[in-house]
Design a protein around this ligand. Structure first.
Ligand code: ZN
Length: 262
């Protein structure tokens, strides 16, 4: 049931974003859609298989376990359920923000995370283009955070749905009016905000680490409001990896085990 809820929301939001991108795109895409989508969706399908048969429900189950065993902060202190849910959502979103920073600064984790940044185009399929080992490590980290905080199981499920939905939204190539972007950006990470994180410019890809709430970048001083180049023409991806033919499905799976190009 929990898997169905997560998958249903993810597929629904994915279909919505793809349709929106086609009807009203922000940027003209430079690469042939078919090849990129087959690589990104291939990785997504591979990850889904890995996750489904192994660790897909671990986040939710670890919250159920923590609550049954009375482990973790929120299970030890008497807190109203609504407050426990808000604390869980905020804590997990901040934890993912911190993990993202470490993924850029620690070279071992960067080997995995660079796979996500090699995409030369920025659209909603970029949101599902991750190395499977990064997904596994992220799940281990999430389980640890959930156990420490004693997260409410329903809040964990809501967080998984929100995080997936937010990632699909903020990687999308939708043409959001600037005034609407400005309003949404006061609370959530928008596509214009996250696109800066996928710039080839080192200052820019080391900013805007947030995935869901925009506040963490503003609070911890990693917020970058505008790219140096216009959004419609700025270069996306990583400077050492500019040949799309060299970044096929197998090449991306092997990339973390090769020398890092800077
Ligand atoms: Zn990143």
């Amino acid at each position: 049931m929990e898997t169905l809820i997560r998958l249903g929301f993810a597929l629904g939001i994915f279909a919505l974003m793809i349709t929106w991108e086609v009807l009203s795109p922000r940027r003209t895409q430079s690469q042939h859609r078919q090849r990129r989508w087959s690589i990104n969706l291939g990785l997504a399908a591979f990850n889904m298989l890995v996750m489904r048969v192994s660790i897909g429900s671990l986040a939710y189950l670890s919250a159920v376990n923590a609550s049954e065993q009375s482990i973790g902060l929120l299970n030890l202190v008497a807190v109203p359920e609504w407050l426990a849910i808000i604390i869980t959502l905020l804590f997990l979103d901040m934890a993912i923000y911190c993990q993202h920073i470490v993924s850029h600064r620690w070279s071992l984790l960067w080997r995995l995370h660079q796979v996500h940044h090699t995409d030369l185009v920025f659209d909603t399929t970029t949101a599902v283009c991750f190395h499977p080992l990064e997904i596994v490590i992220s799940m281990g980290y999430k389980v640890l955070c959930i156990t420490i905080i004693g997260a409410n199981p329903w809040a964990v499920l809501a967080f998984e749905v929100l995080l997936n939905g937010a990632a699909l939204f903020n990687h999308s190539n939708i043409n959001l009016p600037l005034t609407v972007d400005k309003v949404i950006r006061t609370v959530l990470v928008t596509p214009d905000m996250h696109r800066i994180h996928h710039s080839t410019d080192a200052v820019e890809y080391n900013s805007n680490y947030g995935f869901c709430l925009s506040c963490w970048d503003k609070v911890f001083n990693t917020y970058n409001a505008e790219p140096k180049q216009p959004h419609t023409t700025m270069d996306i991806g990583l400077t050492p990896y500019r040949d799309p033919q060299a970044l096929g499905f197998i090449a991306l799976l092997l990339l973390p085990f090769k020398a890092v190009r800077r």
